[in-house]
Design a protein around this ligand. Structure first.
Ligand SMILES: NC(=O)c1ccc[n+]([C@@H]2O[C@H](COP(=O)([O-])OP(=O)(O)OC[C@H]3O[C@@H](n4cnc5c(N)ncnc54)[C@H](O)[C@@H]3O)[C@@H](O)[C@H]2O)c1
Ligand SMILES: O=c1ccn([C@@H]2O[C@H](COP(=O)(O)OP(=O)(O)O[C@H]3O[C@H](CO)[C@@H](O)[C@H](O)[C@H]3O)[C@@H](O)[C@H]2O)c(=O)[nH]1
Length: 446
């Protein structure tokens, strides 16, 4: 099949490359000429394991190309996939400007029947809005469908080539059949729904996963007070198939370009129809507070005042295996620390450049290695669980630090890693692993 993918961000690029890998002829279009120039020269503007090699192979096979010319690409295609951004407005509502503009541009290029699929995450009703925009610009026949995307950054290629399901929201049997055929090699589990339900499946899925994370983070906070271990609790819960063991890793809360934005958008979607989504509001509130546990733990160790201390930070991206720092908890934690007179020394394996341009002009020493960041610091906070950090020899680390204080915001270290060290160690919801911290097992009241 012949496809155009409009927008070569994470979703557009990964799905474009993967549709080409399935044997389709794909043109990835972006309005950012720098991005297209990079792609045309064999570069990949994002860090995503496996993507560069797969893109190169498909370009070489003549199935994949990159272009700034949306009109020409659309004219050559039977299917046009919209994968532009839907960033949050200050109200939390999704900004649909890019969707509207893309729809109008596509309509202007129509030259016969096409399927227009919206892969961007959009509020319920947006596909109908896209249909209206296209209809108002062209008399050419088309079907518009919802095709929500569920890939995760860091494992995007694997997620796309081995999806749990493909969701297609369609009110045309013809378009649904084409989508079944397009995705047939990926999975047998192609779920065809009405358009509004497909749009809702995407938000409900992200909101549910965010709820699991806030739930386990609150359990972790309680574990710290009652002397239980959240990792054992999560494992024990996860064996129950009704619960499942995924998304039960306690930490400093979720970040990224999706959960924070999509939870806020779903609260707005509900609010627009006079429904207060109380549960999801709490999920967001818990998430917002969870990152401050790192700072509260530092304050406990240093007796309240952190002014003048030097704190090392390991990990700036919102999760490992990506250079994406959108809504990374590290942004707020570091801004808080520097705003309170703390000297911050920060290191990330690949996200430092992105972080620096998002963070702005605060006083931070950007370091080239994990040990360089730790050198001379009063304490070290691990904020992203990059594999590299758990490989560091803790005996070496404790001598590099001014004081062996380690706040592990992601439970990256195990009891045996710490056994022969003198660390003052706090993790998340594992009070029995705390070291060097004078906190007796609590006496519980009944
Ligand atoms: N990032 C993820 O992991 C992920 C996963 C699932 C769904 N989503 C959803 O997919 C959508 C895209 O997310 P993203 O992270 O890939 O966005 P992004 O911001 O990284 O990329 C969007 C791209 O679209 C381009 N663009 C905007 N308007 C255009 C136009 N008219 N013509 C051509 N190009 C245009 C921009 O230049 C940009 O390169 C969002 O709705 C997001 O919520 C994202
Ligand atoms: O048990 C867990 C799992 C995740 N996280 C955090 O949650 C955030 C999001 O992680 P993840 O879901 O792995 O990454 P994303 O790339 O943001 O992917 C989510 O958002 C995408 C965009 O909508 C969806 O397509 C995916 O299905 C959905 O998992 C990160 O900050 C993680 O550190 C936890 O704290 N604990």
């Amino acid at each position: 099949m012949k496809l155009t993918v409009v927008g070569t961000g994470y979703v557009g690029l990964v799905s474009g490359v993967c549709y080409a890998e399935l044997g389709n002829s794909v043109i990835c279009v972006d309005k950012d000429p720098m991005k297209i120039a990079t792609l045309q020269n064999g570069g990949i503007p994002i860090y995503e394991p496996g993507l560069e090699e797969l893109a190169a192979a498909n370009v070489a096979a003549g199935r994949l190309s990159f272009s700034s010319d949306l009109t020409s690409a659309v004219k050559q295609s039977d299917i046009v996939i919209i994968a532009v951004g839907t960033p949050p407005l200050p109200s939390g509502q999704a900004n649909l400007t890019y969707i509207d503009l893309a729809a109008a541009e596509i309509a202007g290029a129509m030259n016969g029947y096409k399927i227009i699929a919206v892969k961007s995450t959009v509020p319920v009703g947006t596909n109908e809005r896209v249909r209206d925009i296209i209809r108002s610009h062209t008399g050419e026949p088309f079907d518009s469908i919802s095709l929500p995307e569920f890939l995760r950054e860091g494992s995007a290629v694997k997620d796309t080539l081995h999806p749990d399901r493909i969701v297609v929201g369609a009110d045309s049997a013809k378009a649904a059949d084409v989508m079944r055929e397009l995705h047939a090699k990926l999975t047998d589990n192609i779920v065809v729904t009405d358009i509004r339900s497909a749009e809702m499946i995407k938000y409900a899925s992200n909101a549910f996963l965010a709820t699991k994370i806030s739930f386990i983070n609150e359990i972790a906070n309680i574990c710290e007070k009652v002397g239980a271990d959240v990792t054992q609790v999560a494992a024990g819960m996860g064996y129950d198939k009704r619960i499942g063991d995924s998304f039960l890793k306690a930490g400093i809360g979720y970040g990224g370009s999706c959960f924070p934005k999509d939870t806020q958008a779903l609260i707005q979607i509900a609010g627009n129809v006079d429904y207060e989504f109380k549960l999801l509001r709490s999920v967001v509130e818990v998430n917002q507070d969870q990152r401050y546990n790192v700072i509260r733990k530092l304050e406990t160790i240093f007796g309240g005042d952190l002014k003048g201390k030097t704190i090392a930070i390991w990990g700036l991206s919102f999760k490992p295996e990506t250079d994406d720092v959108r809504e990374a908890p590290a942004l707020e934690i570091i801004r808080h620390l520097t705003g309170h007179g703390v000297h911050v020394r920060a290191y990330d394996p690949i996200a430092t450049d992105n972080f620096r341009s998002t963070y702005g002009s605060g006083e931070v020493a950007w370091c080239a290695s994990a040990l360089e960041a730790a050198a001379g610091a009063d304490a070290l906070c691990l904020l992203t669980e990059w594999e590299e950090f758990s490989q560091v020899d803790l005996n070496v680390l404790q001598h590099v630090l001014k004081q062996p204080v380690l706040i592990d915001g992601r439970n990256a270290f195990r009891e045996e890693d710490l056994a022969d060290t003198d660390f003052i160690y706090y993790s998340v919801g594992r009070p029995n692993l705390n070291k060097g911290v004078k906190e007796p097992v609590p006496t519980l009241q009944f």
